[in-house]
Design a protein around this ligand. Structure first.
Ligand code: AMP
Length: 191
């Protein structure tokens, strides 16, 4: 197996630079002008995946958390691993029409038009403490909709954690404006 990511002692900045180097950038996908930040290359590296999960979970370790809410689809891969690491449950937040039971939906804006994400109406009990997980935050619209879904379900948001922040787009600031304790491991400029 090709494991390029070497955890040799802890050097925070070097570790994050190595993680950043495992993310593949694909120009003009899915449309012209977008730099798609592809984390499948990081997921495919055993030590890279382990380090990403560890660092995403780290600020929330030891806090009372009932469940991770992962956003479809890359948020499921990370969210399941982080939930296991924190010893809590996992709740899927999915695109409209994918969940099999009764749902609560939340609209959010895209560049053109709107989209909807959903959560099972009985996914969490009132007062449960939830950590939101996705691979990347851009404008923050998707994560903001997830925050609204959890709060409408009676949950409390403990925080939100991402691998990548597209820092020019202001998503982390948007979440902080909602009082969310949020972090991303690495930042990229541009869209
Ligand atoms: P946003 O709602 O603008 O914060 O967009 C975040 C969601 O869109 C996440 O689920 C990301 O996986 C996906 N996304 C947005 N922009 C990109 C990008 N440049 N590369 C990869 N995924 C992206």
């Amino acid at each position: 197996m090709d494991c390029r990511f070497i955890l040799s002692g802890f050097d925070g900045e070097a570790l994050l630079q190595e993680l950043k180097g495992l993310i593949r950038t694909i120009p003009d996908y899915p449309k012209p002008g977008i730099l798609f930040r592809d984390v499948t290359t990081l997921f495919g590296d055993a030590q890279g995946l382990k380090a990403a999960v560890t660092q995403m979970a780290e600020p929330f370790r030891g806090l009372p958390i009932d469940a991770v809410a992962g956003i479809e689809a890359r948020g499921f891969i990370l969210g399941g691993a982080i939930a296991d690491r924190l010893g809590c449950g996992f709740i899927p937040i999915r695109k409209k029409g994918k969940l099999p039971w009764k749902t609560i939906g939340q609209e959010y804006s895209l560049e053109y038009g709107v989209d909807v994400i959903e959560i099972h109406e009985d996914a969490l009990a009132p007062g449960q403490r939830i950590l939101i997980v996705d691979d990347l935050i851009a404008t923050g619209g998707t994560a903001e909709a997830a925050v609204k879904l959890v709060r409408r379900s009676g949950g409390t948001i403990v925080g939100a954690t991402f691998i990548i922040d597209l820092s020019d787009l202001g998503g982390l600031a948007l979440l902080k404006g909602h009082g969310i304790n949020c972090q991303a491991l690495v930042a990229f400029e541009g869209h």
